[in-house]
Design a protein around this ligand. Sequence first.
Ligand code: FES
Length: 255
Amino acid sequence: MRAQNCDCKVLAHREVTAGIRLLQVEWTDREHAPRAGQFYMLRCWRSDEAPLLSRPISVHEWDAEAGVVTFLYEVRGEGTRKLAALRPGDSLNLTGPAGNGWPVDQLLGKKVALVGGGIGTAPLLQLAKELAAAGEKPAMFCGFRDEPYRLDAFEPYCSGVAVATDSGRFGHHGLVTALYNSADYDVICCCGPTPMMKAATGLALEAGAEILVSLENKMACGIGACLGCTCHSRKKGAISVCKQGPVLKGEDVYG
Ligand code: FES
């Protein structure tokens, strides 16, 4: 399915916690409905204005009935600072949905753990919702630097939500990978900082569990045309993250 490009209306936009924002945008193109784990390229500035590149942001939630796509993002550069200024009623250019997404059908009937780190928890919510809608609630494990966010959004769709923080202010004081035993699960679906995904991959492979990681590489075109997002794996060579990913087997990326 080809990614669409259109100007869409901002419906709601708020700060969830310092530097983390929740953006809801109208997406009425039901023929091109996003799947869990896919992303859009977002842009609210002119094509001749900096930054040059649109910002890839994964789908946090998709409400098919209302035609609303929700993004959860961290303000950490010029593009996201511009996005942060958007108000309800403003127009925003979206290109997408892009990427492969989580293979939800292949996860059914399996014991699934969702493992997220910081803003990497964002693409796991729609996955939890789709699994729960199919009658299977995954276990959720998430790590944050200090203050957790959006846990309440996950709770209805997960069998449990366990938290670790670097600061020790909430939940387990330490790494998210200490919260679970990979051997208890068939598949680990993971998104977060690279060291966390590498560690989670090592643990999963050791335990004989499958692991899928969602990469958050910098992107230029977002549709497989520029090689701007290529990652190099020993096993698979050059991988175009926007086209072949962003969801990939952990061993293909870190093996
Ligand atoms: Fe252009 Fe992936 S961003 S090929």
